[in-house]
Ligand binder design. Structure first.
Ligand SMILES: [Zn+2]
Length: 259
């Protein structure tokens, strides 16, 4: 890394949870009799005068409809570290599942970065209307993004791409057809915000994804790829692990500094 490379901080922002889930959902086909707690998160990358939000969380309306426990609107949680949603200019969407895109409408001035493959699947592919995909889809978020197609506020990416110096997205399919992870240069080295590429750290440790898997073979190749890019495995962050809320320095209620 060059010495002029900007250094960023990564924050995990819990906006809902904890929830209890069967272990077999979180670690594919494993420990059917056990249960585990998870949270819902979005992430903030800050540094070099930039603030980039990773994923949009969920609106109060959907949270209310789902009776989501421990929910606080992303608008309110982000205020705890002095961020107004209206000031956010860049929001990277890792993938288009409901808990990651429903809240994009809360960011009125953001340009959204999503893989074209992911966008085309959820918005245009008839297969995305089949029951297993509908369980994870979000018609509201899909429509919000679809309306922005062709405008400056939606950037459809084709594979790995630098977003800012020291910050790039990596195409990482498996969980969904066009999931992307975000590789960030931090004081500890290159960290990767993996989102739901894995639900918890143990998915990476065991090399078994969650049960929400669109393509297991693609997932294994993705894991090899991102493992080769991250400075160390403890800098590869999953999408829903409780540890991101409990095991890192707390900077405000529900917000921790990951790296
Ligand atoms: Zn998720």
């Amino acid at each position: 890394m060059s010495s002029t490379m900007p250094i960023y901080q990564i924050y995990a922002v819990k906006y809902a949870g904890p929830f209890i889930r069967p272990m077999a959902k979180v670690i594919w086909n494993t420990d059917w009799e056990k249960e585990i707690h998870i949270n819902y998160y979005l992430w903030v990358v800050k540094g070099n005068g930039e603030i980039v939000v990773i994923d949009g969380g969920m609106t109060p309306l959907l949270a209310q409809n789902m009776k989501l426990e421990g929910y606080v609107s992303p608008v309110e949680v982000l205020k705890r570290i002095g961020i107004e949603v209206s000031q956010i200019k860049r929001l990277i969407i890792t993938h288009m599942n409901f808990d990651h895109i429903n809240g994009v409408e809360l960011f009125p001035n953001a340009t959204f970065y999503v893989q074209e493959k992911e966008f085309n699947f959820w918005v245009k592919d008839p297969i995305a209307k089949k029951p297993p995909f509908l369980m994870m889809a979000d018609p509201v978020g899909n429509e919000h993004l679809a309306k922005l197609e062709g405008t400056k506020r939606l950037i459809l990416l084709d594979g790995d791409q630098e977003i800012l110096p020291g910050m790039e997205v990596l195409l990482a399919p498996g969980h969904t057809p066009g999931l992307q992870v975000v590789a960030v240069h931090t004081a500890k080295g290159k960290a990767i915000i993996g989102s739901d590429c894995a639900h918890i750290f143990a998915n990476y440790e065991k090399e078994i994804p969650s049960c929400f898997i669109n393509d297991m073979v693609a997932w294994m190749r993705t894991y090899e790829k991102i493992k080769s890019k991250v400075s160390s495995l403890d800098l590869l962050f999953p999408g829903h692990d409780m540890k991101m809320w409990t095991d890192y320095p707390k900077v405000a209620e529900d917000i921790t500094l990951l790296a």
